[in-house]
Design a protein around this ligand. Structure first.
Ligand code: PBG
Length: 325
């Protein structure tokens, strides 16, 4: 249709009309909230490069989970910061039934059984090398790592995790995890696979939060090359074949093209991870008075929905819910 038969501005002419024709929306149910957990009690410390975001001891993480559920949050994603003494090159602490992750899962599920508890499955928080897998001769070895990840996933399921989230980018880990869960009887434990996870510089503040920066080299032999797009589809279709229930793109904003590619090429729910560096960037710009924090935040989150994500892992969930109410 041609002007003046069609005037695109017509449907934008009032707030009510815009409400009626809006294609996407945000709600508390879209969000998964990452929780960083440390040893101790009554401990809540702000992460320096993530203003207003905290590490909690288990007791306070439980309170936080309850509060979040009350606000409408339906899922949390647990990460643990273990002590240096527990870090090695075998992943032993990751499999300990009394480990920090396992105790955290049990405590949160006991207090808020309805909340969907998702857990990070990767070795970096437990690695003395800060890598996501076992290191031999400065190489991150795939198949040995996968075996450990599968055991780790079962250990999380035994502790009560609803969904395990492998974030390591080893080949074949989704299938190994699915098989191990099935063999152990955890037929309803889900898998959110970080299927298109890039070797990004946006993870810096998270590595501060968990003290998990790689001790040598980088993660480019397992995380994806930021220059690649088609590879994301290959990775994701493979993960779905291997048994992933939900697939994920990470980071978020710079990778909206990938979110849309996956939305066009798959029929499973797509999650996107708006990572720590994205959070830090906005906080810093807002602190300087250079960006309007809340409006930019809402715009970014809406962009994820528009790109095709149905779940958003974000550090902004709570503020967003306040604004939505
Ligand atoms: C590690 C992991 C990382 C993040 C989630 N899981 C960091 C990394 O891969 O080095 C990053 C999350 C964020 O930056 O918010 N398995």
């Amino acid at each position: 249709m041609m002007f003046p038969l069609n005037r695109n501005r017509r449907l934008r002419s009032s707030a009510a009309l815009r409400d009626l024709v809006r294609e996407n929306s945000l709600s508390a149910n879209d969000f998964i909230v990452p929780l960083f957990i440390v040893e101790g009690t009554q401990s809540k410390t702000e992460i320096p490069s993530m203003p207003n975001y905290f590490r909690f001891s288990i007791d306070l993480a439980v309170k936080e989970a309850k509060r979040l559920y009350g606000l409408g949050i339906r899922g949390v994603l647990l990460f643990v910061k273990v002590t240096d003494a527990e870090k090695d090159n075998t992943g032993a602490a990751a499999l300990n039934p009394e480990g920090l992750m396992q105790r955290s899962i049990r405590a949160i599920k006991a207090a808020v059984p309805e909340l969907v508890v998702c857990t990070d499955v990767a070795l970096d928080p437990y690695s003395n090398y800060g890598h996501d897998g076992i290191v031999e001769n400065k190489q991150i070895v795939n198949d040995v790592t996968v075996e450990i990840l599968a055991k780790m996933a079962v250990s999380h399921a035994e502790s009560g995790a609803d969904i395990v989230a492998p974030s390591d980018m080893m080949d074949g880990r989704v299938l190994a995890i699915r098989k191990a869960l099935e063999n152990a009887g955890f037929v309803n434990t889900g898998i959110i696979s970080y299927s298109a996870k890039y070797a990004s510089a946006f993870y810096g503040p998270f590595r501060d939060a968990l003290d998990s920066a790689p001790g040598f080299g980088d993660k480019k032999t397992y995380q994806m090359d930021v220059a690649n797009r088609k590879e994301a589809i290959i990775e994701t279709l493979r993960d779905i074949e291997e048994g992933a229930d939900i697939v994920m793109v990470k980071p978020g904003m710079p990778y909206l093209d990938i979110v849309r590619d996956l939305a066009n090429n798959t029929h499973v729910p797509i999650a996107v991870y708006q990572v720590s560096g994205e959070y830090a960037m906005l906080k810093a710009a807002a602190e300087k008075g250079w960006l309007d924090h809340d409006n930019v935040m809402m715009e970014q989150l809406m962009a994820f929905k528009r790109a095709g994500a149905s779940l958003i892992v974000t550090y902004h969930a709570e503020r967003t819910i306040q604004l939505l109410q």
